[in-house]
Write a protein that binds this ligand. Structure first.
Ligand SMILES: C[S@@+](CC[C@H](N)C(=O)[O-])C[C@H]1O[C@@H](n2cnc3c(N)ncnc32)[C@H](O)[C@@H]1O
Length: 235
């Protein structure tokens, strides 16, 4: 584990966070065209992206190990996690850019609303939520046009090593017919992620995928404003 220079204490147990559809659209610079294609969201956590995307007609599956838990418990736990995440954010306000959220109360309200929407959808449409863990997911090659992965890789670099990052990124690439987008490329703990990025790019390139780092229009955690795109090369 690297030194923590930001003043932001590590979150502790991996947060089951609840980002909204709007947050996903901003993080991944999603277009209407993207949303017209099939999407895998891994890890889905307690995000309301799948619920909201599905209500707009997007074909989407969310995967997370936590979906093995009972739906009623998880719906309740998601709300508790929104509060825990908000306290973590509030403990280091200056580590964040307050443009997407106006303030810490807005953050709590929007994350809580997303967690509630997730919990309702989990109970009414459980088929959207598949229990699974990187680096091995239960789908055939190229099952989804677009694969989105937010706030697991890089973010938890203090506890997930390079071998895990490489294996997980290769697995996400295996599942993408078009491309994978991973956001952000920084950690929660000030652990240096640059070598992880190099290792992932080398590994997927060796499997004939192309990679590019693109700016994201969204920055909440300071410096978290880039995504890695891993694209399947055209035949
Ligand atoms: C910070 S949340 C991100 C959730 C969502 N993408 C978002 O941005 O709100 C991290 C998630 O990673 C999940 N997770 C932990 N280990 C995992 C693994 N090996 N494979 C897939 N997901 C995992 C956790 O259960 C948790 O829900």
């Amino acid at each position: 584990m690297g030194p923590n220079l930001s003043g932001l204490p590590n979150i502790g147990r991996t947060l089951i966070s609840a980002r909204s559809f709007d947050e996903y659209v901003a993080m991944f610079a999603l277009t209407e065209d993207d949303l017209g294609h099939s999407i895998l969201d891994c890890p889905g956590g307690a995000a309301s992206f799948a619920a909201e995307a599905r209500s707009r007609g997007t074909q989407i599956v969310a995967v997370d190990p936590v979906y093995a838990a009972a739906a009623a418990w998880l719906a309740e736990h998601a709300l508790e996690e929104a509060v825990r995440g908000n306290r973590h954010t509030g403990s280091s306000i200056d580590s964040f850019v307050w443009t997407f959220f106006s303030d810490i109360t807005d953050h709590l309200n929007r994350r809580t609303a997303a967690a509630r929407r997730f919990g309702q959808h989990l109970e009414t449409d459980p088929a959207t939520y598949v229990a699974g863990s990187l680096p091995r997911l239960p789908f055939r090659d190229a099952s989804f046009d677009l694969v989105l992965s937010s706030h697991l890789l890089f973010m938890y670099a203090d506890r997930l090593d390079e071998a895990f990052h490489v294996a997980a990124a290769c697995e996400l690439a295996r599942l993408a017919r078009r491309e994978v987008r991973i956001f952000p490329l920084i950690s929660d703990s000030d652990t240096d992620t640059s070598q992880l990025l190099v290792a992932i790019r080398e590994a997927v390139s060796a499997r004939s995928f192309t990679t590019v780092v693109r700016p994201s229009p969204y920055e909440f955690q300071k410096g978290g404003n880039e995504m890695l795109i891993i694209a399947r090369a055209a035949n």
